[in-house]
Design a protein around this ligand. Structure first.
Ligand code: KG4
Ligand code: ZN
Length: 366
């Protein structure tokens, strides 16, 4: 019997409201029939970070429209869906609740079953949506709220072999942008400023490189950039565009060096366990950074390992990855959820590894 599945996916764990329709037909590459993402950058711009209450209200307002648009763009109706997949965590509780309530309403009204998806599983399974990568593979998930190395064994089987013990790199990029007077989101503006900067003008620390294993730390870097900025400001009375670029370049070089070295170690560990499938994939907003991508690509090449980075729109938060993670769960015959599905602001993928300290000061952003 061939298996065909078409799922509606919903995502609202942080500051993007998203809906998508993804179809799987046995023997074919999966197809993203539609993917709608409505961001909230403007709503939070004045506050220098995501305001959970504003985010939750915006999700509640926009989710219906996103679902309507995703269905219309796929030329299908709700009745054509085999299930509705929704992010049930981790993330900001108000946002996750908005998505879960919307999905439950759609499910109750239509009788279409519900699948609760872990947002991190959505990111971690994306290389199978885009490139049909076989299990297992190593994944570096590097975003505004998360930074971890995962061995992905199956749709519901992940081993975390390391990660940040404090802040996520995306959060450090955002903070750096604020300190340097560059616009949010910080990642792209710091990357852009760094292009014309000298990374050697301000030397930044490379935290935890002296510690074995592939755990990371980025909070010290935020303090270092604050001090370096203050030194320039007190010497010159302000920052010139060249100072902004030099500080941005120094910061970015430190992040790149730490990610590259820890990836080297994670790959050594992974390849010793799984020599048959030498693949590393990245996901999360920071994977959009070209300096980070180039460094990781070189590390992978030096290990004779395939390197996969999904297209930008599928690296950052989206609902196609949630629909796909739902399809993976159904193909693996994992059970549907029901009206008791609850929103989980904290929901580690690997429940057997000891919990990391914190998950980003902005909250459990994924
Ligand atoms: O995965 P994502 O869209 O959202 C979650 O965190 O779940 O990632 C957003 C983060 C932000 O912190 C943003 O500054 C960072 O990814 N980011 C970047 C770049 N583009 C986005 N960081 C570095 N370089 C970039 N080009
Ligand atoms: Zn995410």
């Amino acid at each position: 019997m061939t298996q065909d599945l078409t799922l509606l996916g919903l995502e609202s764990s942080c500051d993007d409201t998203a809906a998508a329709v993804v179809r799987y037909s046995e023997g074919q590459p999966p197809e993203i029939l539609s993917s709608v993402v409505v961001g909230q950058t403007d709503l939070h711009a004045a506050f220098g970070g995501v305001v959970p209450e504003i985010a939750a209200r915006a999700h509640a307002e926009k989710m219906d429209l996103c679902v309507e648009k995703a269905l219309a763009e796929s030329s299908l109706t709700l009745r054509d869906m085999d299930a509705i997949a929704v992010t049930a965590g981790p993330g900001l509780i108000g946002g996750v609740l908005s998505g879960v309530m919307c999905a439950k309403g759609l499910s109750a009204g239509s009788g279409i079953p519900l699948v609760g998806v872990n947002h991190l599983a959505g990111h971690a399974l994306t290389p199978r949506l885009t490139d049909q990568v076989p299990f297992p593979y190593l994944m570096l998930l590097v975003s505004g709220g998360h930074c971890q190395f995962l061995i992905v064994h199956g749709p519901d089987e992940f081993t975390r072999i390391g990660g940040t013990i404090d802040d996520a790199p995306g959060e450090a990029f955002d903070k750096t942008a604020r300190l340097l007077g560059l616009p949010q989101p910080g990642g792209p503006s710091v990357e852009n400023a760094a292009k014309t900067g000298n990374p050697k003008t301000h030397h930044m620390p490379r935290p935890l490189l002296d510690r074995v294993g592939c755990d990371m730390s980025f909070s010290g870097l935020k303090t270092a950039i604050l001090r370096a900025r203050d030194d320039v400001v007190s010497a010159k009375g302000g920052l010139t565009p060249q100072d902004q670029s030099d500080l941005a370049a120094g910061f970015q070089a430190a992040v790149v060096d730490v990610l590259a070295e820890k990836t080297r170690r994670a790959l050594d560990q992974y390849l010793a366990l799984e020599p048959q499938t030498p693949t590393i994939a990245v996901a999360g907003g920071v994977a959009a950074n070209s300096a980070v991508r180039d460094a990781l690509m070189s590390v992978a090449a030096a290990h004779d390992t395939a390197f996969l980075a999904p297209p930008l729109g599928l690296c950052t938060d989206n609902a196609a990855m949630i629909a796909w993670a739902g399809i993976e769960r159904l193909l693996a015959q994992l059970p549907f959820d029901d009206m008791s599905l609850s929103a989980r602001p904290r929901w580690p993928l690997d429940t057997t590894s000891p919990s990391m300290l914190g998950s980003g000061k902005k909250g459990a952003k994924a």
